[in-house]
Design a protein around this ligand. Structure first.
Ligand SMILES: [Zn+2]
Length: 245
């Protein structure tokens, strides 16, 4: 209403002022984000050129439990801690064959690692790992419950968890219980994409008897290694490595 009463020139001047006021913040914002993009690109490029090409992709494998911490007691009476170590050692051997990968284990024998020490995530952080995988077997009061599930905590671990879950379900053939966000310190306190795989239910007699076999463990170990490689390829393409730095 007010504009209709002004003459053409004032109208135009006023419109230009309004347009300028509208555009100015957008220009400032885009200039700022452009700068930060450039900075990020420069940082990513320099780290790619100077470090990533010559530095292996560091994988930390965390066999759950150990020592006096037995973890779950399986339907057949064996402990979770021995299942996790056996599977993890197979993964370790396979990853050692990968020229682009470097593998680290939070334990290689029946050592006890206290939860209070927060050793497992600290170990991965101190090694500046690219990914962290914790291996577990699940337990439930009802022995009919079965299947594979993968936990993550930070949102930038979600894709990693999803890829691992897909591979383990394919290789293991257990029911797909999906991925879940859960506040577990090993995936919460790690500074890199981290996942905790509950390969199957040790309290389910069917899952447990298969999980004890060498063939199953080798298949699942290979599938996790494939998952890590797929994640590495995707992250190389999408450039979301070093998200924490
Ligand atoms: Zn466990």
């Amino acid at each position: 209403m007010v504009f209709q009463r002004t003459n053409g020139r004032n109208h135009r001047t006023r419109n230009m002022l309004v347009v300028t006021l509208l555009i100015l913040p957008i220009l400032i914002l885009s200039a700022c984000s452009g700068n930060s993009d450039n900075n990020n690109n420069a940082k990513d490029n320099s780290s790619n050129n100077s470090e990533n090409k010559n530095t292996a992709f560091k994988v930390v494998i965390d066999p759950g439990h150990g020592g006096k911490d037995n973890g779950a007691t399986g339907a057949g009476g064996q402990y979770e801690k021995s299942f996790t170590l056996s599977l993890s050692k197979k993964m370790e051997k396979m990853l050692e064959q990968e020229s682009e990968m470097e593998v680290f284990m939070t334990r290689t024998d029946d050592s006890f690692i206290s939860q209070e020490s927060r050793y497992r995530p600290k170990y991965a952080n101190n090694h500046n790992a690219d990914v962290f995988v914790s291996i577990h077997g699940n337990t439930f009061s009802n022995p009919s419950v079965s299947g594979t599930e993968t936990f993550y905590y930070h949102n930038n671990s979600r894709q990693f968890a999803q890829i691992l879950q897909k591979h383990v379900v394919e290789a293991g053939g257990f029911r797909d219980r999906g991925i879940k966000k859960k506040d577990l310190f090993v995936v919460r306190d790690t500074n890199m994409p981290a996942a905790l795989i509950e390969v199957g239910y040790l309290t389910n007699p069917d899952n447990e008897s298969i999980m004890r076999t060498d063939g199953f463990q080798s298949r699942v170990a290979a599938s996790i290694v494939e998952g890590i490689k797929e994640y590495k390829e995707q992250s190389d393409k999408q450039g979301f490595l070093n998200w924490g730095s």
